[in-house]
Design a protein around this ligand. Structure first.
Ligand SMILES: C=C(OP(=O)(O)O)C(=O)O
Ligand SMILES: [Mg+2]
Length: 575
């Protein structure tokens, strides 16, 4: 059986399925005799300690493998275990009501969750969700239930789940999980982006894979095509085993290119840079051969915590990235892009019918100027330590660009007055992710130093198709002629004004996109770190001169399917 989903993270995996459905934890409410109380309190404390150690281990793993922002999620969970009101209430229930620890836990949890949820405040609702999570973990420890997605199966497995939260993804151990496949989610969802950083093949949006597959079934996961084969024929297994070996060999060959320049067969140079969410990612990108950072999503510094990061905290993060990217390598740092699918509970954004079309990103920053200025000050100060460039997200009009630049000029003047160093020549560019901006790119190019095309959003806004909704994913197509024409327009407009154009949407790292974008003349390609060397390898085999004609022809084709097919036959199959 073949199931088709969304190729969320590249790579191939063959192995046995482990289908994981959320288990219900049952226990009996007991009334204790007075002399049983001390032992019950001790049992609770033991479970709390165990929970704390588990969370500490997960936090350290997240810090090592993914990043600080993700690690903070678990730190917030740990705080509950030290909260005297929460812990004291549970002990009180055991002592006064003479109930067992499980019952005390659930009563206290329900009381706090009810209280948080009744506050009609996004931040408190998040706290309620956190408390549910922690309580579930404590309950498992009281009941002696294993806390692991994969248990202790001897063979590494392919995880089959309804959905994976970012915290689930952070916990995955690459030596135990070969790949994961989920019912819901898209290619640009947070856990998909994390899977790519962790190099775990992943397929999302399979609808009902948890029902079609049983634990122990043999699976083939093709992270290039989004195909999952369930109990395939021996012949197909052999084909994929060969593909897997080839893929591993290819990876070894790509690794040879780590210090090579990114040039095409005929000597055309482009920049291959990485997308990051925190300073640790920059180190990963450096080791993966990135020539710089094309997108630092700074909103991750703001997420998973209780209040705004200070200017000092931000300055340290930006400076750290600039220093990692030594030798004047570019570091494009995007100002806060919160809203849409990225919530910030303590900012208390209004509830909206269409958050992706709402109060988000630069719209918030131009409205809450102090918030914006704090970030700009930190960015300018860090620019004294490396080749930092500032980038605004979600610009729709020339007026917004001018407003943002005017605020930036104010901040620069304040720093000059105080004699604080920054790079006076700092480049200031903008994302092109709203069709309106793509259409007036000629006007914007006169006032922005560079463009970076954010296809993740540009596609959803051009096609009126939610990037998270797999039901209409046939519309979410980077190769749709409308999307490609906008991209071409943006690149041409930048070049006409002598500016450079890059791309930091996920499309920039796609095999089919590289020849087209190269032919269009894109100057900078920003992608997940593990994709950089593959792109460099491919680039070396491509001729810029030939691809200009190919790309020109692509613009006359009528559908994404036709375009992909044309690229396959005329470019990819010939490599
Ligand atoms: C890079 C982009 O930004 P994000 O994915 O953070 O919205 C984009 O929209 O393409
Ligand atoms: Mg975007």
């Amino acid at each position: 059986m073949l199931c088709k989903g969304i190729a969320a993270a590249q790579g191939i995996a063959l192995g046995r399925a482990l289908v994981k459905v959320e288990e219900t934890l049952s226990y009996t409410r007991k009334t204790l005799a007075a002399d049983q109380v001390p032992a019950e309190v001790a049992r609770l404390k033991e479970a709390l300690n165990k929970t704390n150690s588990q969370l500490e281990a997960i936090k350290q793993k997240a810090l090592r493998d993914i990043g600080e922002a993700e690690a903070k999620i678990f730190e917030a969970h740990q705080l509950f275990l030290e909260d005297p009101e929460f812990v004291g209430a549970m002990e009180g229930n055991i002592e006064n009501d003479k109930v067992n620890a499980e019952a005390a836990l659930e009563d206290v949890r329900d009381m706090f969750v009810g209280m948080f949820e009744s506050m009609d405040n996004e931040y408190m609702r998040e706290r309620a969700a956190d408390l549910r999570d922690v309580s579930q973990r404590i309950l498992k420890n009281l009941l002696g239930v294993e806390d692991t997605l994969v248990g202790d199966s001897k063979e590494p497995v392919i995880l089959v789940v309804h959905d994976l939260t970012p915290s689930d993804t952070a916990q995955l151990d690459k030596s135990k999980v070969k790949a994961f496949v989920t019912n819901i989610g898209g290619r640009t969802s947070h856990s998909a982006i994390m899977a790519r950083t962790m190099e775990i093949p992943a397929i999302t949006g399979l609808n009902d894979i948890t029902e079609k597959v049983q634990t122990g079934d043999m699976l083939i996961v093709d992270g290039e095509t989004g195909d999952v084969y369930v109990n395939p024929e021996q012949e197909l297994i052999a084909t994929y085993q060969k593909k897997l070996e080839e893929y591993e060999a290819q990876k070894a060959a790509w690794a040879q290119l780590i210090n090579e320049p990114s040039v095409s067969k005929d000597g055309h140079h482009v920049e291959l840079v990485a997308n990051i969410g925190n300073p640790h990612d920059a180190e990963v990108a450096d080791k993966a051969g990135a020539e710089g950072i094309g997108l630092f999503r700074t909103e991750f510094l703001y997420m998973g915590r209780d209040n705004f990061p200070t200017e000092e905290e931000q300055f340290e993060s930006y400076k750290a990235v600039a220093l990692t990217m030594d030798n004047n390598r570019p570091v494009v740092i995007r100002t806060l892009d919160i809203g849409g699918d990225k919530e910030l509970p303590y900012l208390q954004l209004p509830h909206e019918m269409n958050p992706f079309l709402g109060y988000r990103a630069i719209r918030i920053c131009l409205d809450q100027v102090d918030l914006f200025k704090t970030q700009l000050r930190a960015l300018l100060r860090a620019s004294a330590f490396g080749n930092i460039k500032i980038m605004y997200p979600m610009i729709a009009t020339l007026k917004e660009l001018r407003q943002a630049n005017a605020i930036l000029e104010e901040v620069k003047a304040e720093l000059r007055d105080k004699g604080i160093a920054f790079n006076e020549e700092i480049e200031v560019g903008m994302m092109i992710e709203i069709p309106a901006a793509a259409v007036i790119a000629d006007q914007l190019a006169k006032e922005a130093d560079f463009f970076s095309i954010g296809t993740n959003d540009l596609i959803q806004y051009t096609m009126a198709c939610d990037r998270m909704n797999q039901q209409i994913s046939y519309l979410y197509d980077p190769y749709n002629p409308a999307v490609l024409r906008l991209i071409k327009n943006v690149i041409d407009a930048a070049h006409k004004e002598g500016k450079w154009a890059g791309m930091c949407g996920e499309m920039a790292g796609e095999e089919y996109a590289l020849p087209i974008l190269l032919g269009f003349g894109l100057d900078e390609f920003s992608m997940s770190a593990p994709t950089v060397l593959r792109a460099r390898h491919m680039l070396k085999q491509l001729s810029y001169a030939e691809l200009q004609a190919v790309a020109e022809h692509v613009l006359s084709l009528e559908s994404g399917e036709e375009i992909r097919n044309y690229i396959k036959v005329n470019v990819l199959d010939k490599l």
